[in-house]
Design a protein around this ligand. Structure first.
Ligand SMILES: Cc1cc2nc3c(=O)[nH]c(=O)nc-3n(C[C@H](O)[C@H](O)[C@H](O)COP(=O)(O)OP(=O)(O)OC[C@H]3O[C@@H](n4cnc5c(N)ncnc54)[C@H](O)[C@@H]3O)c2cc1C
Length: 478
């Protein structure tokens, strides 16, 4: 995503990956609504969704209750989450970057780098004894949980490792009732879940068992035995395409940035897969940083705009760690409080559309809000039904490198001319549009939407000078 965003805006990039072959299995399968929105704005949605499977809800079995059914409400025309193999999501992005002229250099490993005052000197290894010394203006470490970039920056990666690990397998399962819902069982012995994937009877199977440790030889047969023991009715599972065992940790990098070196994705934060958030969050990290770095590289914004990357994305990462930790513990730990929560809260949750919608808005990542005073201006903020400062809007469907100054309901030709005059010299980074948005919005408003679709400000038109001034702080005039 990072390479795609930079290349799309005409910035030269080198994309290296130490891995020569693709991963044997798909880690992420849950793709959230905000990711789908972004792929749609980038013109990649149709390609992505070709290999998807839609889940409409799920059934939860537990020691504490009768089976509970939960339906997922649809958000903004996008189902959430959609099940897509991470290898396909990566392939869609890889094809897109190749079309933009980027070469994916496989088998090229970043060994280390040195920060000079105005450049970064990196060593890249292309094979035994074949190293290259190269200078970059910026380095983005999207190099996963064991990030070389993070280690090289000396950033702590503090947090914890859970006692429980989990077995994961993709296989054919017969005997489950429907292929549109996930099914999960919480028992004293552990957790067992089935998530339907594209393909007849094809499922992701997840098992977290308290009496299994990573020292044991984890096998598909072991998983078959667990399923027989734990699942309330007989199932046949076979034809595994992938089996693996993962330890789960919850960690956050001390910083996401030092000078012109940045961390995105698992290099910056890792957590349990509960809630299907990791890949989606990493994609949004890159989407947030991409337009800011492109503006700076094109001389359209001062480098200070880059500081807003960590300011905006770190709180998102911290929140994510907290809630996936709670979610994971409520799933796998059998404490008194957790059982109480499952017994009384889960039935209530499954019945309450309001609570489910709230939860799905968080999980879908559409509720992410960049706080006041970062790359948003809340000074003249108005609350409207369509726009909320810091929150993404879909009013702007095409996302290019320009901030969109939207004049809502404004008819005065003189006022429009004044606003355009205020923005003279910013044509490379700002465009003005005049629109009526909906019947509900009757005030004359000035709304500024960032290149990533998040709202920069919502102000009465009378405050246009102050709002444009706030925007200009982040931009450079021609
Ligand atoms: C079982 C499982 C299920 C999951 N399910 C979901 C889900 O449903 N939804 C979700 O959103 N997330 C999910 N996740 C999390 C998701 O898979 C990760 O968050 C995501 O893969 C992180 O992407 P990344 O690019 O940051 O890191 P990685 O996927 O780890 O990629 C890092 C890349 O950097 C390369 N690299 C590393 N070091 C170097 C170096 N020194 N030089 C050059 N290249 C290097 C590696 O080869 C690799 O290609 C799941 C994870 C697991 C384990």
């Amino acid at each position: 995503m990072m390479a795609h965003e930079l290349a799309r805006f005409g910035v030269n990039v080198r994309l290296i990956d130490e891995r020569r072959e693709k991963e044997p299995g798909s880690k992420a399968i849950g793709v959230q609504a905000r990711t789908l929105e972004i792929f749609s704005a980038l013109g990649l949605y149709e390609e992505l969704i070709k290999e998807s499977h839609q889940v409409t809800g799920g059934t939860i079995f537990s020691d504490e209750n009768a089976p509970i059914h939960v339906a997922f409400p649809e958000l903004f025309g996008f189902p959430t989450p959609v099940i897509i193999d991470q290898r396909h999501t990566e392939a869609v992005l890889e094809n897109a970057v190749v079309k933009l002229g980027v070469v994916v250099e496989r088998g090229a490993r970043l060994v280390d780098f040195f920060l000079h005052e105005d450049s970064i000197e990196a060593t890249i290894e292309h094979g035994p004894g074949a190293t290259e010394q190269v200078y970059f203006s910026d380095v983005i470490g999207a190099d996963g949980a064991h990030s070389t970039v993070r280690k090289q920056l000396g950033f702590a990666f503090s947090g914890k490792r859970y006692r429980e690990g989990f077995i994961v397998a993709d296989a054919e399962v017969t005997g489950l009732d429907d292929h549109e819902s996930f099914q999960v069982s919480f028992k004293k012995s552990g957790v067992l879940g089935f998530i339907p994937m594209k393909g007849l009877n094809h499922y992701r199977i997840l098992a977290v068992m308290r009496d299994i440790s990573s020292d044991q030889n984890i096998s598909f047969e072991m998983l078959q035995n667990i399923v027989q023991k734990v699942w309330p009715k007989p199932l046949v599972i076979n034809k595994p395409t992938w089996t693996s065992y993962f330890h789960v940790s919850c960690r956050s990098a001390a910083h996401y940035q030092k000078g012109r070196v940045f961390l995105v994705g698992d290099a910056a934060h890792i957590h349990s897969p509960a809630g299907a958030q990791g890949m989606n969050t990493g994609l949004q990290d890159a989407f947030n940083l991409g337009f800011k770095l492109a503006l700076v590289k094109k001389g359209l914004a001062p480098s200070s705009i880059l500081e807003t990357y960590e300011m905006e994305r770190r709180p998102v990462g911290e929140f994510l760690l907290k809630y996936t930790d709670r979610l994971f513990r409520s799933m796998v730990q059998g404490s008194f409080w957790v059982r109480l929560f499952r017994r009384y809260f889960l039935p209530y949750f499954s019945q309450s559309k309001r609570l489910r919608t709230r939860a799905i808005r968080i999980i879908s990542q559409t509720a992410i809000r960049y706080e006041k005073g970062v790359l948003c201006s809340a000074r003249h903020h108005l609350k409207t039904s369509c726009f909320r400062v810091g929150v993404r809007t879909t009013v702007r469907s095409k996302l290019d490198l320009k901030f969109l100054v939207l004049l809502v309901n404004v008819k005065s030709v003189e006022q429009i001319a004044q606003i355009k005059a205020e923005l003279a010299g910013y044509e490379g980074s700002v465009m003005v549009d005049i629109k009526k948005i909906s019947e509900e919005l009757t005030n004359d408003l000035l709304v500024i939407i960032r290149p990533d679709g998040h709202v920069f400000c919502v102000a009465p038109i009378s405050a246009y000078k102050e709002s444009l001034l706030s925007l200009k702080k982040f931009l450079v005039a021609a």
